[in-house]
Write a protein that binds this ligand. Structure first.
Ligand SMILES: Nc1ncnc2c1ncn2[C@@H]1O[C@H](COP(=O)(O)OP(=O)(O)OP(=O)(O)O)[C@@H](O)[C@H]1O
Ligand SMILES: [Mg+2]
Length: 292
């Protein structure tokens, strides 16, 4: 590519409120310092000419999960107008957490999950504590934790989610998270960039409509060999033609003491660059390489 690369760093429209993405200004500035013409733009801004950019880098489109169809349609459109990272195929695959079922089929350890689409009769655990959450979610929105045998409140939550068109996920509450936290392994350009760990988000009895702290007690983490191996297996199980520029693999300790995948974040992961400032040059290099 000749000349100065034009890069759209794609985010959400804060609508006058304080913008919540701490990585965004760091990344835009670092890309500019590296000679790129980088600007932050909202994915749903109708005035953006995506074809005017050499790359659209999805950064923090954090309002997508309750507008998933609109968002994946945007990704398809944007991916035709310019190079999109991650590509639209990756975005579509990752926007619905039923991908956890695909990973399990590929023998990747994942949090055991059952899915109930609108209209499906609910089957709730009676012998263990459990979590109910949407198959399209972010920021722990609509996630709740119930004691064994609790039914009425979970049925109400599922009814509300089904009415809004969400598929409901039911998982055992993994108590390993209370001891070991949740580890986030961040990859960029195909390599491990850094890792972080955060505490458990769902205190006992957390109702689905409570405001949650998304990243309690967040700190840097040195991943174990077992965590790295599971993360790499998860990434190797992605559908063939869809290779991500960036990926975050969130892991919790399962009942067997081994790491399992809670979530694969291929759309708009927090990078937590404020915890890992030494990673900034590697991110910039990978983004510039992706421009081509
Ligand atoms: N099965 C579970 N066992 C224990 N804790 C869980 C479980 N499922 C979810 N949680 C807690 O709820 C949080 C949010 O769940 P999850 O990551 O699946 O949803 P999300 O809405 O995509 O959240 P985020 O965007 O913040 O990562 C997790 O970080 C974890 O603390
Ligand atoms: Mg998560």
């Amino acid at each position: 590519m000749a000349g100065t690369p034009r890069i759209a760093v794609v985010t959400y429209d804060a609508r006058g409120e304080e913008h919540k993405d701490r990585d965004l200004p760091v990344l835009v500035r670092a890309l500019r310092d590296a000679g790129a013409d980088a600007v932050a733009v909202a994915w749903d801004d109708p005035d953006v000419d995506w074809a005017a950019f050499d790359l659209a880098l999805i950064r923090s489109t954090w309002d997508y999960s309750w507008r998933a169809e609109e968002f994946t349609a945007w990704a398809e459109r944007c991916g035709k107008a310019t190079r999109l990272a991650n590509p639209a195929g990756v975005v579509r695959w990752n926007a619905d957490k039923r991908y956890l079922g695909r990973l399990a089929e590929a023998a990747v350890p994942v949090v055991p999950t059952r899915f109930f689409a609108p209209g499906d009769p609910l089957d709730l655990p009676v012998d263990r504590e459990y979590v109910v959450k949407p198959a399209s979610g972010a920021g722990a929105r609509y996630a709740a934790r119930y004691p064994a045998g609790e039914r009425d409140a979970a049925v109400r939550q599922a009814g509300r989610m089904h009415a809004e068109g969400f598929t409901v996920m039911v998982q055992p509450y993994l108590t390993g998270i209370d001891l070991h936290g949740e580890r986030a392994l961040q990859f960029f350009g195909g390599r491990l960039l850094h890792a972080s760990v955060k505490g458990a988000v769902l205190a006992p009895g957390t109702p689905y409509d409570a405001d949650k702290v998304a990243h309690p007690d967040l700190r840097p983490w040195e991943p174990t060999a077992a965590e790295l191996a599971v993360a790499e297996r998860a990434l190797a199980a992605l559908p063939g033609d869809a290779q991500p520029l960036y990926a975050r693999v969130d892991l919790v300790t399962g009942p067997d003491g081994e790491p399992c995948v809670m979530e694969l974040e291929l759309i708009e992961p927090n990078l937590f660059l404020h915890l890992h400032p030494v990673s900034v040059p590697a991110v910039v290099a990978a983004v510039l390489a992706a421009v081509g």
